[in-house]
Design a protein. Structure first.
Lengths: 378, 507
């Protein structure tokens, strides 16, 4: 039995390797997706970090030369040209008069707060103005013979439990999504080729005419697709490990490091997902009438695990999602990154559900392959 | 008797600044007790994560045990504590950036927040290592407990320094041999920490007194250093007791700056005269009066001596934002309104974390013995120099530190890439001191920031230059253009505003 299965698996794998498209699918994703993610991260870093010299428009700066020089010492200057951000600071006409009377002097900050690209720059201008204001407040109190510490009745000491890794976990969530996705993408082409494709080439009937049980055939196909998916995953992890080191994470104040432990854990946790993905893809393809049709159906089925994965990345309903396939394993991986203990109960449940689904699909295929309707694609 | 300090207050943080105060000309007159006690219980020598003052994130703390007296390795041991602010993305694991605090007597670890903010760019790719020098902070602090003195009412000009010093010494002798707290021995502790942590190279940043430590490090362990930055430079050739002249110079620059600003000159046309008459008046007869306590608001008694008045002005010169209030404060004081001086005085009383025992060990061993007759004559010519010297001459015979060798004063002869930073307005270490230190440095650049006070990297783009030096490993491309940008602050014209009222439009 094992020997037979072995031979069948070998046949499937040889088929897969001979099929250039299947191999290319694996390579494309394994190399392409980490590089693409790196590109996205580069852009994100550019977008989120405020430039070291922030050019804004300052109107009526002659009303408050000291404030303008203070802002300049914080890298915020009145500028023109390409780098100019759409932020305008107008100093009121009565600035000096109000100041001299000890009244709050008005400056107006004009900017679109919903503009994501501007957010960090707007915050920076606000912080600088706040800084100037509190410095002045302190000095005004000192000038009146009062220790400025009296206007800070509560001093909040923050002890942040975050670690260097967990600070980047939001970003890493997106990276994990792209990594888990590898098991869906990398086996997909072969799953179609070995089912709908084999039928189109009329070699499925030939295979079925051999003295083999349908279970053996199905299992060998599942194993072959899973092997391909797992190879793709491993490659994706290794390429990510190398590629992510070149991203300048430090500019965002954290670092993302694909450790060896993460690679091992990632492979382990993704195994049940890979099995489910391959059974699901084979199942769908067997029911399609042609190669083309199979591709269309599979695209639809990809949507569900994708949604689960995205929801996990954005931390939507984590209490429910941690019990489900895909999202459960992804949650565990994210906990690992954050340095938290992995909650075993939901992870095991999610693995169990994943495997049960796979077994169900395998049985379904077995049954289907006994019917002529499926074999001839009627 | 602090001679010079680690750092000036950061601009926006007047209320939390680490103002070491001057006012205590005497070691013993401090109304403060230093808060930085060893509050880590780690005795295993391993690293553990810890939280530091002013930093919300977890960092690493640890310690290295060394013999107190290197010649008696089996006698008392002391623990040298350090903290590592881990690199965000450690691209140079074999290097660390080491910031050395000033004082002498300030704790580097207690100033972690300031160093972290100033050198955030460096920390992106390298660890920042902060070591509490022996006798400071968590490393067997030599700290004198004083009775609580009412800082407002007590007379600082009539304290018996010798007696108080004696008491401090006998307290400390239970836990330390104060003669072992010199800079030279402390440098060997730093090297021991480097070896224990496995760093191959250090990038040093020494501010104020820390610059002396950095230069000694260059002298003794050249191989361990990649780059050095000296900020607020104390040259080896110089006894720090020459500081009186530097303070006078800085006060004179304040008058000059005010004269050059149209608004300030208009508001306080006779600033220098105001300063001199007030000093004279308080010298003849200290001011006594009822005031509200700056912190509690309770009515209380104020005794304002000349020493308190001038000490407050001196401390105000350390940071450019507080400096901007001084002309107004002096002018008002001359008119008999001491509110601003009172406010300034009160902030000099808080936040002074200086280990006075360690301070005395350094100054008595390394500076007083090097006081030449010419230098003494110079110091005596200045009020500040004279009064500091007076206290030191009373303190040091009690402390009984062995004097450093003559070779201690040799200029550092080194090819290590070195950046020297001086602030033109510095009331402690003037630019001329930086020139002295530069003498035999073959790969060095000395920049003078025209608008900076003490500690250039902390108040200008100097920190960017330090980061550039650390990243490039040489001084060739460093350029002082950004230091020259006129970012000076306007003077306060009254208790509320720096901006003059616009001239009324003529009808």
């Amino acid at each position: 039995m094992m020997k037979l299965l072995n031979t069948l698996l070998k046949k499937e794998l040889v088929d897969a390797i001979r099929d250039k498209r299947s191999v290319m699918a694996v390579m494309y994703y394994a190399i392409g997706s980490p590089l693409l993610m790196c590109g996205i991260f580069f852009m994100l870093i550019n977008k989120f970090s405020s430039p070291s010299d922030l050019n804004i428009t300052i109107k009526k700066s002659q009303n408050a030369p000291d404030l303008v020089r203070y802002l300049e010492s914080r890298g915020i200057t009145h500028g023109t040209g390409e780098d100019l951000k759409a932020i305008t600071l107008t100093i009121s006409h009565d600035f000096a008069k109000d100041m001299n009377q000890g009244k709050p002097a008005t400056v107006t900050l004009i900017a679109d707060n919903s503009e994501q690209k501007l957010k960090s720059s707007i915050n920076r201008v606000q912080r600088a103005l706040q800084g100037y204001s509190s410095e002045m407040a302190s000095l005004r109190l000192i000038a009146r013979g009062i220790n400025p510490a009296v206007v800070q009745p509560i001093k909040v000491v923050m002890e942040d439990q975050a670690t260097k890794q967990s600070k980047g976990s939001f970003i890493f969530g997106v990276a994990i999504l792209s990594i888990i996705y590898a098991v869906f993408i990398c086996g997909m082409n072969h799953a179609i080729d070995t089912s709908a494709g084999e039928r189109e080439r009329n070699s499925l009937t030939l295979l079925l005419s051999h003295p083999l049980s349908t279970r053996q055939i199905v299992l060998s196909k599942v194993l072959a697709v899973t092997t391909l998916a797992m190879t793709g995953l491993l490659l994706t992890l290794l390429v990510s490990k190398a590629a992510y080191t070149i991203v300048p994470w430090q500019e965002l104040g954290f670092t993302i490091n694909v450790s060896f432990e993460f690679v091992v854990l990632g492979c382990l946790l993704a195994l049940p997902i890979a099995i489910m993905a391959s059974t699901l893809q084979l199942f769908v393809s067997f029911f399609a009438k042609s190669f083309k049709e199979a591709q269309t159906y599979i695209s639809f089925t990809l949507f569900v695990p994708m949604m689960l994965s995205i929801a996990t990345s954005y931390d939507l309903a984590p209490d429910t999602l941690q019990w489900l396939p895909v999202s459960g394993q992804q949650q565990a991986l994210m906990d690992f990154i954050k340095g938290k203990a992995i909650d075993m109960a939901p992870l095991m449940a999610s693995n169990l559900i994943t495997l049960l689904l796979s077994i169900g699909l395998i049985l379904g295929m077995e049954k289907a392959l006994k019917s002529e309707k499926t074999i001839f694609g009627l | 008797m602090q001679l010079w300090m680690l750092k000036s207050a950061r601009l926006m943080k007047v209320n939390k600044s680490q103002w070491a105060a001057l006012l205590f000309i005497g070691l013993v007159q401090s109304a403060l007790s230093v808060a930085a006690q060893a509050n880590l219980t780690n005795t295993t020598g391993e690293q553990s994560s810890c939280y530091l003052k002013g930093l919300s994130e977890k960092v690493l703390c640890g310690m290295v045990t060394v013999p107190e007296n290197p010649n008696k390795p089996n006698a008392r041991n002391i623990d040298i504590h350090y903290a590592i602010l881990p690199a965000i993305k450690n691209q140079h694991p074999s290097e660390a950036f080491v910031a050395i605090a000033g004082g002498p007597g300030q704790s580097a670890i207690d100033n972690a927040a300031g160093f972290n903010r100033t050198f955030s760019k460096i920390r992106e790719t390298r660890d920042i290592l902060l070591i509490d020098q022996r006798g400071t902070g968590r490393s067997n602090i030599l700290n004198c407990e004083f009775d609580n003195i009412d800082a407002l009412a007590f007379n600082d000009e009539t304290v018996d320094n010798q007696k108080e010093t004696q008491k401090c010494l006998s307290d400390l002798s239970k836990k330390a041999d104060v003669t072992q707290y010199s800079s030279d021995i402390a440098v060997s502790d730093f090297e021991a920490v480097r070896k224990a942590l496995g760093y191959q190279k250090f990038h040093l940043y020494g501010i104020s007194y820390g610059s002396r430590m950095a230069q000694l490090y260059m002298r003794h362990y050249t191989q361990s250093l990649a780059t050095v930055t000296l900020d607020g430079v104390v040259p080896m050739q110089q006894s720090v007791l020459a500081i009186g002249e530097a303070i006078d110079r800085s006060v004179e620059l304040l008058f000059q700056d005010c004269r050059q600003s149209k608004a300030c000159d208009q508001a306080f046309p006779e600033l220098k005269r105001d300063y001199l008459t007030t000093s004279k008046r308080l010298h003849d007869q200290p001011y006594q009066g009822k005031v509200n306590d700056p912190s509690t608001g309770e009515p209380t008694h104020l005794l304002l001596t000349k020493s308190k008045f001038l000490g407050t002005i001196r401390m105000g010169l350390y940071s450019s934002n507080i400096r901007s209030l001084l002309p107004y404060a002096i002018h008002q004081a001359n008119k008999g309104n001491y509110q601003s001086i009172l406010g300034l005085y009160s902030i000099t009383q808080s936040g002074l974390d200086l280990a006075m025992g360690m301070h005395a060990s350094v100054v008595c061993g390394e500076d007083l013995p090097r006081l030449t007759p010419e230098l003494k004559a110079k110091a005596d010519a200045s009020y500040f120099g004279r009064s500091l010297l007076q206290v030191i001459e009373q303190t040091c015979p009690v402390w009984n530190m062995p004097a450093v060798k003559a070779s201690f004063s040799h200029a550092i002869d080194s090819a290590i890439p070195t950046l020297l930073l001086s602030g033109e307005l510095d009331p402690a270490t003037p630019p001329s001191w930086g020139h002295l230190a530069e003498e035999k440095l073959t790969h060095a650049k000395h920049f003078i920031a025209p608008y900076a006070t003490h500690g250039v990297a902390l108040q200008s783009c100097g920190n960017k230059l330090v980061a550039q030096l650390v990243n490039e490993g040489n001084v060739d491309k460093l350029d002082d253009k950004c230091l020259k940008k006129d970012l000076r602050r306007s003077f306060y014209l009254n208790a509320s505003s720096v901006e003059p009222l616009p001239a009324k439009a003529k009808e």
